[in-house]
Design a protein around this ligand. Structure first.
Ligand code: KG4
Ligand code: ZN
Length: 414
C-alpha cells in the first residue's frame, strides 16, 4: 500500500526524473500501526527508489563556459521525454500500447482526441519541441501506476523551470494524477532523509531544530529548520553563490565548466597554500555571505601571471579553502547561536569532499552534541529523487494542473 511519486527536476542544467515508492513503516505484527495512520504517516515511512535518471547538459554548456537559460531550455525540451521513458522503464511501470494484432498502433498519436490535443497544445505553447515528443509518448504508452507527480516550480532559471512544470501539467491532465509542487532548495535539504547507509531505503532520523547550509550554483543560504515545512532564512549571499564562485574562478584559471568538481580535484593534489586570497565576511556578526569579491581577488591574483600547472594548483587550493573557511565559520556560528540539534548540508557544493570533511571536523571539535548530516555525494547535485523525497512530506499540498506555474524567485520561507 505504498504510494508512487514520479518527480521532475529542470531548474538549471540537469534534466532529472525519478520514481520513488513510499511505504508506511510496518509495526512488529507486520501491519501498519494505527498511530502511523493517524499521524502524518509520511513521517513514518520507508523509501524504495525505483529509478533516478539524470541527463546532464555539461557537454553543451562546457563550450560556452556557463549555462545560458534559453540553451538549457532547448536541451530540457529534447531530454525530458527520453529521460521520462528511461525512468519509467527502469521502474518497470510502462508498456507500449498494443493493438489487437500486437505491436504499436500506427495511428497511436492520432488517438489523442481533438479536445485533449488542444489542451496539450495550450500547455506547451512555449515549448513546441517538448509538445511534439510528449504527444508521441502519450500516444504510444499506457498510463503508468503512479499516484503523484512532483515537480520543481522554483527557484531556478525561469525558462528551464517551465519545461518541467509544463510536462508535469500535461501528464497530470492526461493521466488525471495530482501534482505536488516542490521548492528546489527544500528538496536539497529533505533529500537527507534518504539514508545512504541503508541503500537509501530507510528514513533517516533528523532532530529539529536544525541549521541547513544549502550551497549550490545559484544559492548560498543558511536556513533554520524548525521542522519539515517550517523554515527561516537567517543568512544568504549578497551577491554570488559559492558554486558560482567555484565556477567563475575556474573560468579565470582556464578550467572547464562546472568548475567546482575540477577545482576540488586539482586542490586535492596540494597540501598547503602558497598564494593568499581573502575570506570575505568571515568575521561579520551576521550569517550572510559575499563571494563576488573572492572572484575579483582571483582575477587580480592571476593578472599577468603565467598559468603554469603548479600555479593553477596553488590557486585552486586557496580558492577552495577560502570558500570552505567562510562556510564552516558561519554555519557553526549559526548552530551555536540557535542551539540546534542538527546541522544539515545540501546543494551541489555539498559534493565537495573537503567541505564535507572540514565541517565535520569542526562540529566534532566544537559542537559535540550536534548531529551532522550530509547527502550521498551522488544526491548533492540536482536530481529528480530529491524532489520525490520532498514531495513525500507534502502530499497535502497537491494541486490541479491548471493552478501550477513556475516561480523563478520562490523563497523557502513563504
Ligand atoms: O545544486 P546544483 O547541482 O545546481 C544548482 O541548483 O545550482 O549545484 C551546482 C553547483 C555548481 O556550481 C558546481 O560547480 C558545484 O555545484 N559543485 C561543486 C562540486 N560539485 C558540484 N563545487 C565544489 N566542489 C564539488 N565537488
Ligand atoms: Zn540545486
Amino acid at each position: 500500500m505504498g504510494v508512487k511519486i514520479l518527480a521532475i527536476e529542470t531548474s538549471c542544467d540537469d534534466t532529472g526524473i525519478a520514481i520513488l515508492e513510499v511505504h508506511p513503516v510496518k509495526s512488529a505484527k507486520g501491519g501498519v500501526s494505527q498511530k502511523a495512520k493517524q499521524f502524518d504517516w509520511a513521517r513514518k515511512t520507508n523509501f524504495k527508489v525505483l529509478s533516478n535518471v539524470v541527463s546532464s547538459q555539461i557537454k553543451i554548456h562546457k563550450q560556452y563556459g556557463g549555462v545560458f537559460p534559453m540553451m538549457a531550455k532547448r536541451e530540457h525540451q529534447k531530454n525530458l521525454v527520453p529521460v521520462l521513458i528511461k525512468s519509467l522503464k527502469k521502474a518497470k511501470l510502462i508498456e507500449e500500447k498494443t493493438t489487437a494484432y500486437g505491436g504499436v498502433p500506427q495511428n497511436a498519436v492520432k488517438e489523442i482526441t481533438e479536445i485533449k490535443d488542444k489542451k496539450l497544445e495550450e500547455i506547451f505553447k512555449k515549448e513546441p519541441e517538448l509538445y511534439k515528443l510528449t504527444k508521441k509518448f502519450l500516444g504510444n504508452y499506457e498510463k503508468p501506476n503512479i499516484d503523484f507527480i512532483a515537480v520543481t516550480y522554483g527557484p531556478g532559471l525561469e525558462p528551464c523551470l517551465w519545461t518541467g512544470v509544463n510536462l508535469a501539467r500535461a501528464l497530470s491532465y492526461f493521466w488525471q494524477i495530482p501534482i505536488i509542487p516542490i521548492n528546489h532548495i527544500e528538496a536539497h535539504i529533505l533529500v537527507n532523509f534518504l539514508d545512504p547507509s541503508t541503500s537509501l531505503r530507510a528514513r533517516k532520523k533528523i532532530k529539529f531544530p536544525a541549521i541547513s547550509l544549502v550551497v549550490s550554483g545559484g544559492h548560498t543560504q543558511l536556513i533554520l529548520v524548525k521542522d519539515i515545512g517550517k523554515y527561516q532564512i537567517i543568512g544568504e549571499t549578497r551577491d554570488d553563490a559559492a558554486g558560482e564562485c567555484f565556477d567563475k574562478a575556474a573560468k579565470i584559471l582556464g578550467l572547464d565548466y562546472p568548475g567546482g568538481p575540477l577545482i576540488s580535484k586539482i586542490a586535492s593534489t596540494v597540501k598547503k597554500s602558497t598564494v593568499s586570497l581573502p575570506r570575505p565576511m568571515m568575521h561579520t556578526k551576521d550569517y550572510d555571505f559575499s563571494f563576488s569579491g573572492l572572484k575579483t581577488a582571483v582575477l587580480y591574483e592571476t593578472k599577468g601571471k603565467k598559468l603554469t600547472k603548479d600555479y593553477v594548483k596553488a590557486v585552486c587550493f586557496e580558492v577552495q579553502q577560502s570558500i570552505i573557511d567562510v562556510l564552516v565559520k558561519k554555519t557553526t556560528n549559526a548552530a551555536k547561536d540557535y542551539k540546534v540539534k542538527t546541522i544539515i548540508l545540501g546543494g551541489g557544493v555539498s559534493a565537495n569532499k573537503e567541505l564535507r570533511k572540514q565541517l565535520g571536523e569542526k562540529i566534532k571539535a566544537e559542537l559535540k552534541k550536534t548531529d551532522y548530516i550530509i547527502p550521498d555525494e551522488s544526491l548533492s547535485t540536482d536530481n529528480g529523487l530529491m524532489i520525490a523525497v520532498a514531495a513525500s512530506f507534502h502530499k497535502n499540498k497537491k494541486v490541479g494542473w491548471r493552478r501550477l506555474h513556475a516561480d523563478a524567485n520562490l523563497r523557502i520561507e513563504k
